[in-house]
Design a protein around this ligand. Structure first.
Ligand code: ZN
Length: 216
């Protein structure tokens, strides 16, 4: 079971991309990571040093993606500064040719606009998707991916998820309210396919997006 985005360190059954926005020193060579400045945890006095660290560490082979990064209207950080930092991450992802993992809250229009203006040319994954169908359609029309987690347990999102093409989605457990197994169970129920089929498809998606084989 591939877990595309998690902040849990302990549970690593199967393949997981652990997302770090601090404590980059804790990285081990045995895990896979995505690293970036989370728009909710921007320290305006130190983010430049943080980003220098990220630039260096993200070259490591086991850092598979840049992020989570993006825009968050509920963050206390000035929106202009969020945009500036997000643009830095877009440029870095392009430079390194590594996928970018997006955190987006109430700022889809601006996020999509910046991705376009700064010519993102690597795979884009909107993680923890929890919005309406129209926006979801807009995202996949751009050939971006959507990752779903705990939101699958609310009825509105069940409907959105059921309509998404299976080759456009990932599954995750983010901060760990749900176990990744529970997320897969729920997703297979909504999609009405077996867990085996679902897992196989997630591996295919992963292989395509990360340009890496995930068949152990
Ligand atoms: Zn997260």
């Amino acid at each position: 079971m591939i877990n595309i985005h998690t902040h849990q360190v302990s549970q690593h059954e199967g393949f997981a991309i652990q997302s770090l926005y601090q404590n980059f020193e804790s990285m081990s060579t045995l895990s896979y990571y995505s690293i970036g400045i989370h728009p909710r945890f921007i320290h305006s006095d130190t983010y430049q040093q943080e980003f220098e660290k990220i630039k260096l560490l993200s070259q490591k082979e086991n850092v598979l993606a840049i992020g989570e990064c993006g825009l968050d209207r509920l963050s206390s950080t000035d929106f202009k500064l969020q945009e500036k930092i997000f643009i830095d991450h877009i440029n870095l992802a392009n430079q390194l040719a590594k996928p970018i993992i997006i955190h987006c809250v109430k700022a889809y229009r601006e996020t999509l606009q910046l991705l376009k203006s700064y010519q993102i040319n690597v795979p884009v994954i909107f993680h923890g998707y929890n919005n309406n169908e129209e926006t979801a359609q807009q995202i996949i029309q751009e050939k971006y991916m959507l990752s779903f987690g705990k939101s699958l347990f609310n009825t509105r999102m069940e409907t959105v998820f059921s309509k998404m093409p299976i080759d456009k989605i990932f599954l995750e457990n983010d901060s760990g309210e749900k176990d990744i197994k529970e997320v897969y169970d729920q997703a297979s129920k909504i999609k009405n396919i077996s867990l085996e089929q679902l897992s196989l498809q997630m591996k295919k998606n992963c292989t395509r997006v990360f340009n890496k084989t995930f068949y152990e």
